[in-house]
Design a protein around this ligand. Structure first.
Ligand code: GNR
Ligand code: NI
Length: 178
């Protein structure tokens, strides 16, 4: 990790940027490694267990994760151009949250285990078999790369309520700024 990492402002619902489909990273250079470092810094500061580049306004297929528990040694992970190549039939349910939808939580059902192919920060092709929280978090982050949010999996009634609440809050923030 770099010594000069920067905490970036998070993009919050209902910002349409969150609905953009991110494009593949072409070359893994110093700029991309710097972006990954800034994302990790921003994620740890929040604090969160994952972050997609689009959440700091960068529409590139890059995500960072650290699902270790408090007190354990940190394990920052960087996934570039990740692709789910296998999903289990078995499902699991987790209560999810999102740094772009602060203080809202809902249960989401997803495949319990997945296999993901990706490129690491050294530019090396990798594959990981994930289950548990890592599988859930990877799917949540990969969804961000496709403009998908966890509220897309809840009922339309609940989703509309959340979007309305955040739209009102954004207007209040805007009014305060004037
Ligand atoms: O910090 C986060 N916690 C979390 C909990 C359950 C399922 C997914 C997540 S990801 C979230 C950070 C985030 O918004 N990543 O995009
Ligand atoms: Ni999220």
């Amino acid at each position: 990790m770099g010594i000069d990492m920067t905490i970036k402002p998070l993009i919050i619902l209902p910002d349409p940027v969150l609905r953009q489909v991110s494009t593949p990273v072409e070359t893994i250079d110093a700029d991309i490694r710097r972006l990954a470092d800034d994302m990790l810094e921003t994620m740890y500061d929040a604090p969160g267990i994952g972050l997609a580049a689009i959440q700091i306004g960068v529409p590139k297929r890059l995500l960072v994760l650290d699902v270790t528990k408090e007190g354990e040694e940190k394990q920052p992970l960087v996934f570039i151009n990740p692709k789910v190549v296998h999903s289990s039939e078995e499902r699991s349910v987790y209560e999810e949250g999102c740094l772009s939808i602060p203080d809202y939580y809902a249960e989401v059902e997803r495949p319990a285990a997945i296999t993901v192919e990706y490129v690491d920060r050294e530019g090396k092709e990798q594959a990981v078999e994930a289950e548990g929280l890592l599988a859930t978090c990877l799917q949540h982050e990969i969804d961000h790369l496709n403009g998908v949010l966890f509220i897309d999996y809840i009922s339309k009634l609940k989703r509309d309520m959340v979007i309305r609440r955040f739209t009102k809050a954004a207007k209040t923030r805007g009014a305060k700024a004037i």
